[in-house]
Write a protein that binds this ligand. Structure first.
Ligand code: NAP
Length: 500
C-alpha cells in the first residue's frame, strides 16, 4: 500500500501509517483478492492520504461466509459478555479520541472540533448498546381463552450487511454495529469509499476489544454495487441496514425484496427549520447555526430550508447573517477553522450550482456565495434570502454550507411549506408557545423534531425518518429491535391433563 503524505505533520504521518490498510475478513487483515486498491484523498488538499485494499466480489463472498459461519457461535455468547465487549470498545474509542478525530478530519474534511464531537457521539452508541444487550427479553402469558400459554422470545436476525455514508464515518458505523453485536448478529461493514480509514481503525479497535473472528468483517471497495449485490441476493444474509441517499436506498430496497430481507433505511432529508415570531431570538439563531453549519452542512439532519415568520424575519436575518460572516473557512486541521471543505469536487460543483440557480431565480446573496480558488473543495458559508419556491435549493438536499431563508405569514402556511417535500427526516421549530410547538410536532411529517433545539441526534433516542427519508429507527430502545426476530411458542394448557 502506498502513501503520499510528504507535506504532513509527524502526528498525521504516524497515524496514517498505523491504519490497517487491508480487508478484515474472518479476523484476518488481508489484501484484495485481485490486489486492487482504493486511494483515499484529503478533501482539504486533493492529495492521496493512503491507498487501501479494495474488496472484490470474491472478498465480499468470503466476508459473508465468515459472518455466516460465526453467527451461531456469536448468538450463543452470553448477552452480558457481548455487552462487555462493546463496553471495552466504547472505552477504547474514547481513549483514542484524538486519533479518530484526526483521521476523520483528514479523510472527510470537517474541523477537528466537529470530529471530536462525532467521536463522543459515536462512542455513546457503543455504551448505550452495551447496556441494551442485557435487556433483550420476552414474555410468557396466558391466552385470553385461558387455554394456550404464549411464550415469546427474541433472537438475532442473523448476518447483517451494514452500508454507511461518508459524512459521519464513525457514528454511522457505531450506530449500526452497536445494536447488531448487542443483539447477537454478525456483520459485514461496507464503509463509504470516500472515508473508509475511520472504519478500518474502528474495526481494529473492535478486534482488540475482543470481538471474535468472523463477527465483524470490514470490506471497503471501489465497486459498491458489484460487491454488495451478490450478498443481498444470498439467502445467508438476513439483514440490510443502509444509510445514504434515497436514490441508492430505493435501488437496494428493490434488490432486497427477492430475499425478503429485514431492512433499515436511513435516507436523505430536506429539513425545514421554522422560526415563529414568538421565538427567543438568541435561541433561534444559535439553533439555526447548529442545524445548518454542523458538519459543514453535510448532514442528513441539516436545516435545508429556513422558514421565518414575517415579524421576526428582519432581526433574525440580520443576526444570522452576522454570525455566518464570523465563520472561518479553512482546512479542518487548522485550529481556527469553524467550517472545512466539502467532501469532493462533485459536491462542490453541486453546491455552487444550487447557489447560482437560486440567484438566477431571484434570490439575494446575503453572505458568502463563492468557492475558494485553492486546492481542495472549499465553498464559503452562504446565506440566500428571498428564495423563491421555484429554486432547486428549496427542493433538493443541499448537503453543503448554504442557508436559504424564506418568510411566511401564518402557522398554517409554514406547515404547508415545511411538508411540501417527499422527505420527512427531521424538522426544527422555534417558538415560546408550548401549544404551538406541540401542534407542529403533531402536524409536521417527520420522524424527529427539534423543539427550540438545532440538534436532535442522541444515542438514547430513536433516529429515523418517514416518507422518502427511510424505514426503521437507529438508537434508543428501538435500535436493537431492528436486529431481533420474534419467536412465538404456542404451548398447550398445562392444566389440561392434570389430575388436580
Ligand atoms: P450514497 O451515495 O447513497 O452512498 C451511501 C453508501 O452506499 C456508500 O457506502 C456507497 O458506497 C454505497 N453505495 C452507493 N451505491 C451503491 C450500490 N449501488 N449498491 C450498494 N451500495 C452502494 O450516499 P452518500 O453520498 O455517501 O451520503 C449522503 C447521503 O446520505 C445523503 O442523502 C444523506 O442525507 C444521507 N444520510 C442519511 C442519514 C440518515 O440517518 N438518514 C445519515 C447520514 C447520511 P460508495 O461510497 O462506494 O459510493
Amino acid at each position: 500500500m502506498t502513501t503520499t503524505h510528504a507535506s504532513r505533520s509527524d502526528q498525521e504521518r504516524t497515524l496514517l501509517a498505523s491504519i490497517p490498510a487491508g480487508l478484515l475478513i474472518d479476523g484476518q487483515w488481508r489484501p484484495a483478492s485481485d490486489n486492487g486498491v482504493l486511494p483515499v484523498t484529503d478533501p482539504a488538499t486533493g492529495e492521496v492520504l493512503l491507498e487501501i485494499a479494495s474488496a472484490t466480489p470474491q472478498d465480499g463472498a468470503d466476508a459473508l461466509a465468515a459472518a455466516a459461519a460465526a453467527q451461531r457461535r456469536w448468538a450463543r455468547v452470553p448477552a452480558r459478555d457481548r455487552g462487555e465487549i462493546l463496553r471495552r470498545a466504547y472505552e477504547a474509542v474514547v481513549a483514542r479520541t484524538e486519533d479518530f478525530a484526526l483521521i476523520m478530519t483528514l479523510e472527510m474534511g470537517k474541523t477537528l472540533a466537529e470530529s471530536r464531537a462525532e467521536v463522543a457521539y459515536a462512542a455513546e452508541f457503543l455504551r448505550w448498546f452495551s447496556q441494551e444487550a442485557t435487556r433483550i427479553d420476552g414474555r410468557y402469558s396466558v391466552a385470553p381463552d385461558g387455554n394456550s400459554r404464549l411464550l415469546v422470545t427474541k433472537k438475532p436476525v442473523g448476518p447483517a450487511l451494514l452500508i454507511t455514508p461518508w459524512n459521519f464515518p464513525l457514528a454511522m458505523a457505531t450506530r449500526k454495529i452497536g445494536p447488531a453485536l448487542a443483539a447477537g448478529c454478525t456483520v459485514i461493514l461496507k464503509p463509504a469509499a470516500l472515508t473508509p480509514l475511520t472504519a478500518l481503525l474502528f474495526s481494529q479497535v473492535l478486534i482488540e476489544a475482543g470481538v471474535p473472528d468472523g463477527v465483524v468483517n470490514t470490506i471497503p471497495t471501489r465497486h459498491a454495487g458489484a460487491v454488495t449485490g451478490p450478498l443481498i441476493a444470498d439467502p445467508r444474509l438476513r439483514k440490510l441496514s443502509f444509510t445514504g441517499s434515497t436514490e441508492v436506498g430505493q435501488r437496494l430496497l428493490k434488490d432486497a425484496a427477492d430475499q425478503v430481507l429485514r431492512i433499515s433505511m436511513e435516507l436523505g432529508g430536506n429539513a425545514p427549520l421554522i422560526v415563529f415570531d414568538d421565538a427567543d431570538l438568541d435561541t433561534a439563531v444559535n439553533g439555526a447555526m447548529l442545524a445548518k453549519f454542523r458538519n459543514n452542512g453535510e448532514a442528513c439532519t441539516a436545516a435545508n430550508r429556513i422558514l421565518v415568520q414575517e415579524g421576526i424575519a428582519p432581526a433574525f436575518t440580520e443576526r444570522f447573517v452576522a454570525r455566518v460572516k464570523e465563520l472561518t473557512l479553512a482546512r479542518g486541521t487548522d485550529p481556527d477553522a469553524t467550517v472545512g471543505p466539502v467532501i469532493d469536487q462533485d459536491t462542490l460543483d453541486k453546491v455552487a450550482d444550487l447557489v447560482a440557480d437560486a440567484v438566477q431565480h431571484g434570490a439575494t446573496l446575503a453572505a458568502g456565495g463563492h468557492t475558494l480558488d485553492r486546492p481542495g473543495y472549499f465553498h464559503e458559508p452562504t446565506v440566500l434570502t428571498n428564495v423563491p419556491a421555484t429554486a432547486r435549493v428549496m427542493r433538493e438536499e443541499i448537503f453543503g454550507p448554504v442557508a436559504p431563508i424564506v418568510t411566511f405569514s401564518t402557522e398554517q402556511e409554514a406547515l404547508e411549506l415545511a411538508n411540501s417535500t417527499e422527505f420527512g427526516l427531521v424538522g426544527y421549530a422555534f417558538t415560546s408557545d408550548l401549544n404551538r410547538g406541540l401542534r407542529v410536532a403533531e402536524d409536521l411529517e417527520v420522524g424527529m423534531l427539534g423543539l427550540n433545539s438545532g440538534l436532535v441526534s442522541n444515542p438514547a433516542a430513536p433516529f429515523g425518518g418517514v416518507k422518502h427519508s427511510g424505514l426503521g429507527r437507529e438508537g434508543g430502545r428501538e435500535g436493537i429491535e431492528e436486529y431481533l426476530e420474534t419467536t412465538y411458542v404456542g404451548i398447550a394448557n398445562p392444566y389440561q391433563s392434570a389430575d388436580l
